[in-house]
Write a protein that binds this ligand. Structure first.
Ligand code: AMP
Length: 249
């Protein structure tokens, strides 16, 4: 089995995000970037499937500017076999990314695509769903467990009412939830080894994909400042304020 893991380069989750002065987006110049956390979980799960003998190859793919290669190398340092960078300097939206991933997954003839459920920068939660529909492959979204079996994959999804266990055929597309696994750290020797692993570059044009955006970003603003809290001296005062000031009870 060949597994494709799409990873997105995002602002590091520990960094405070700043909106650009012209409100066209958020500041990414000289800001620490990292692999989207849900994509790290996806890489980890692909590696575990390979280590369990279910996969021969784990391929990392990332679409975006030149710097995405660093994110791909991070996946290679975790243990993936090779990388594909789809070079695109313009803004990409989920539909364009799903088209790129479909082209790569088809070219590479992959049996399983494991995506993150969501990228933490744009919070789209769309790419995996679009990819499965476009490839007409079964989708297992928000998975907290995956097991390979004779007819495909047994997956568990966390839903409001508990855990849902499903069987999906192969080839398939799945998206990772937080509790699927805890990603490993790359060791120093593996970081060095990753520098020599193959990393191909392609472009959307070479893949025959039109990535023109259909959604225009009008303005990006900071969330409203939170007002300072107040301290009440008794439960009676709290109830009085909730009733008469906040009017929530
Ligand atoms: P989203 O739909 O943007 O929330 O992203 C969901 C998942 O799609 C991410 O966790 C990645 O696995 C994948 N993805 C999103 N953007 C990219 C990208 N530029 N390159 C590769 N994979 C991506």
């Amino acid at each position: 089995m060949k597994i494709l893991v799409p990873v997105k380069r995002v602002i590091d989750a520990n960094i405070r995000v700043r909106v650009k002065a012209d409100k066209s987006g958020v500041e990414t110049e000289n800001v620490k970037m990292a692999m989207n956390p849900f994509c790290e979980i996806a890489v980890e799960e692909a590696l575990r499937l390979k280590e369990a003998g279910h996969a021969e190859e784990v391929i990392i793919v990332s679409a975006g500017p030149e710097k995405c290669k660093e994110t791909i190398r991070a996946g290679l340092a975790m243990g993936a076999d090779r990388g594909i960078h789809v070079h695109a300097d313009d803004r990409l939206e989920p539909l364009g990314i799903a088209k790129i991933l479909k082209a790569v997954a088809t070219q590479e003839d992959t049996d399983l695509v494991i995506l993150g459920k969501q990228s933490i920068d744009d919070d789209n939660n769309q790419t995996g769903q679009m990819l499965s529909a476009m490839m007409q492959r079964p989708l297992g979204s928000y998975i907290s467990s995956i097991r390979k079996n004779d007819t495909g994959f047994e997956i568990v999804r966390e839903i409001d009412t508990g855990l849902e266990k499903l069987q999906i055929g192969s080839p398939a597309v799945v998206t990772t939830d937080l509790r699927l696994n805890e990603p490993r750290y790359a060791s120093l020797p593996n970081i060095m080894k990753a520098k020599r692993k193959p990393l191909d570059t392609r472009t959307p044009d070479e893949l025959g994909v039109d990535t023109t955006c259909r959604v225009e970003v009008l303005e990006v603003n900071d969330p409203p400042e939170r007002e300072a809290g107040i301290r009440v001296s008794s439960a009676r005062e709290l109830v009085e304020k909730l009733k008469n000031e906040a009017k929530v009870i």
